[in-house]
Write a protein that binds this ligand. Structure first.
Ligand code: SDX
Length: 390
């Protein structure tokens, strides 16, 4: 490619250079700022991991307390954001509402354009992390025809979100096991190197636009069924299979097709072994199902995984369960509608998008994204007068 002027640094924004997240796809390793994801999932909490991803170091008690208060006290959105969201059709997908509303925030915070100002960047990033759960919950309640529930500054990040989502006349009480489970799931989804949506944030952000517009691009990419929409697609796939006895037929269709039918929740651009997040999610699933009762689709999922991991087609292509294979089963058992699954991905990934955006914007070598192409069109030719064309 070098001969054809292909820029080996590719997008230039991704730079393929970052100090935030390390993945070894062959060994199934994922580390945030050098800390193994397994240890963070077991010992940390989401806002502490958010601080780590943003600042590069784990916070002291005091630093975490200040950061947590900052986030939990910026969860409100301007009242006009509600009227903006009321404009959507009653059945608009929550992801389309989320992406549009995040983009609209750039109009509510014009000072966000000062991307060279460190303090302004910190304020915008705090707002994005703090308001994502509020906008997500408002989107859900809009689609259910329910009144919006305002955030509470007294609750934890996850408990506040769950309460805004499910609060029906004050009856909803956040179960500690479910709160902890969602916090772990948020940790697992917080960042993942230069994936499709993060590259979108870096690409759009490289034009020096405000972070709301850049993050809105990430929401759009994550909405796709091959990316953040996969966990929603896994549940549909398991329902379509319907029973463990139907698995061999389904596997046959996947293998025999032209790639139009995929084993959703399997495979990865980088992991050519088990996605380390999927291992942790399986443990979280057991804990959640203790409280909610087992998701009846779990048996199909476990048997599908067992068969696929022994099948030459998948083994040869190094296809293993990824982060999305089990997450949807947990979300459904917790009472979330399938349309909310990619939204549950976008909330924590906002931290990774912001950390990657901040790293890119403060990289002095940063240039605007301008990937080159490999031209495959017509060679040079002269214009032919209309009357002479056949
Ligand atoms: C996420 O990048 C990230 O980090 C993303 C993510 C993150 O945290 O941001 O990890 C989140 O997006 C996870 C992936 C969720 N998507 C899905 O589960 C959808 C199902 N998976 C596939 O669509 C697919 O595996 C991709 C999109 C994830 C990766 O696609 P690639 O790059 O084409 O996979 P590949 O190059 O490894 O494929 C090798 C072969 C191909 O077949 P052949 O051309 O060699 O015959 O395996 C086939 C693919 O067609 N293949 C599959 C398959 N995934 C790849 N065949 C059946 N089922 C699948 N799931």
């Amino acid at each position: 490619f070098g001969l054809m002027g292909y820029d080996p640094a590719f997008l230039n924004t991704a730079n393929c250079k970052s100090a935030i997240t390390f993945i070894d796809g062959d060994k199934g390793i994922l580390e945030y700022r050098g800390y193994p994801i397994e240890q963070l999932a077991e010992k940390s909490n989401f806002l502490e991991v958010a601080y780590l991803l943003l600042k590069g170091e784990l916070p002291t008690e005091k630093e975490l307390e200040v950061f947590t208060n900052l986030v939990t006290h910026h969860t409100y959105v301007h009242e006009n954001v509600k009227s903006f969201m009321d404009g959507f059709r009653y059945d608009a997908h929550p992801m389309s509402m989320l992406g549009s509303t995040v983009a609209a925030l750039s109009g509510f915070y014009p000072d966000a354009k000062n991307i060279r100002d460190e303090r302004s960047r910190e304020i915008q990033i705090t707002r994005l992390i703090a308001k994502m759960p509020t906008i997500a919950a408002f989107s859900y309640r809009h689609t259910m025809g329910l009144p919006y529930v305002y955030p509470s500054n007294e609750l934890s990040y996850v408990a506040n979100f769950l309460t805004m989502m499910k609060h029906i006349g004050g009856a909803y009480k956040v179960h500690p096991v479910l709160e902890k489970a969602l916090d772990v799931l948020f940790i697992l989804h917080a960042d993942h190197e230069q994936n499709c949506s993060t590259t979108s944030v870096r690409t759009v952000g490289s034009s020096q636009v405000d972070p709301y517009s850049a993050v809105a691009a990430g929401v759009g990419a994550l909405y796709g069924p091959l990316h953040g929409g996969a966990n929603e697609a896994v549940l549909r796939m398991l329902r379509d299979i319907g029973h463990v006895s139907k698995i061999p037929e389904f596997i046959k269709q996947v293998k025999g097709g032209e790639g139009e039918k995929k084993l959703m929740g399997f495979g990865h651009r980088v992991y050519k072994s088990y996605d380390p997040r999927a291992k942790v999610i399986k443990r979280v699933a057991d804990e959640v199902f203790e409280v909610t009762g087992k998701n009846p689709l779990l048996d199909i999922a476990l048997e599908l995984e067992r068969i696929a991991l022994e099948d030459e087609y998948f083994v040869k292509r190094k296809l293993y369960p990824n982060v999305d294979f089990y997450s949807g089963l947990i979300y459904e058992a917790m009472g979330f509608q399938a349309e909310m699954f990619p939204v549950l991905f976008a909330i924590p990934r906002t931290v990774g998008w912001c950390a990657q955006w901040e790293e890119m914007v403060t990289d002095n070598e940063q240039k605007i994204a301008r990937p080159r192409q490999v031209y495959t069109g017509a060679t040079r030719r002269d214009y032919v007068a209309r009357e002479k064309r056949t």
